[in-house]
Write a protein that binds this ligand. Sequence first.
Ligand code: NCD
Length: 339
Amino acid sequence: MSNWGHKHIIDLSSFSFEDYKEVLELANRFKRLPQAGSRKLPALQGRLIATLFFEPSTRTRSSFELAAKKLSADVQSFSPSSSSLSKGETPLDTVMTYVAMGAEVLVIRHSSAGVPAQLAKYLDQKNKKVAILNGGDGLHSHPSQALLDLFTLTNYFDNVNNSPECLFGKTITIVGDILHSRVARSNLWSLTGCGANVILCGPKSLLPEDFVRFAKEPPSDQKDDPIIKRGDITICRSLKDSLKKTDALITLRLQKERMSENLISNLNSYHHEYGITHKKLEWCDKAIPVLHPGPVNRGIEMSSKLLEDSSICLVEEQVSNGIPIRMSLLYLLAATNTN
Ligand code: NCD
């Protein structure tokens, strides 16, 4: 019996441990389906899902569209370059156009933080039975990426039950451009929410001290934190010290398009200090998996050789896991929507 209570998915700050469990359990079932021979489920037959990406995307958008198709939904996608945005139409008008066409779930990506939340609020005020799923907004949040990262980690640590319980007490390091990363922010909610302790590692210009307080309180528009005891967040500037303690590593792209000033003067010295290579992984006291949300700047945050070493680097697995995770999210939102 589902206890799902979210009409929209904007951020993971409001996710309870049960929510993580439910998304992962469902994703696990979807992931195993092709092996059982049934390639498409009729679950969302005749339902319209629209992907409105006001900012470019390769993985996230195609992954959502594939996920929707695997649930037999009708999928409509929107490209800013060939749309009426160039004629002055606002994102709200675009959204209302898709709502009028009968879309039930809108997956929205926008370069400004807060746009999916504002649109959700507007639709609720108008009593529209449409769900907003945030596909990434500015620096704020990228819930589906963090959930597929969580799924990839639980698969790694416990591929039988795949339950988020296996992360309890584990140490996960996130290294790189944390300041400009919506993925890291969503990872912080989900990992600490499942009881993992997070080490944040990077230079001061990309990782301000106040990130240690990140998940201490829920956002101002949220009443309380559904997680009773979150894992800890610490900052460690030394990659060597972080790697010694960690059970898994998430690396991040240097998001130059989101930097208002030039925060990294020399990419070679960044790679030297924080770029991940096979050699640096020898500092770990055990074999650890390396994740990256993509797109990867080869030779900057990670060496090409490591990126192609699938015994350590789980980037391909993350991409594959994105489909069952997004099937799970679309299914939960569309199912709630009929109530
Ligand atoms: C991320 C994003 O767009 O936030 N990529 C993704 O969705 N897979 C991370 C990034 O841009 O570096």
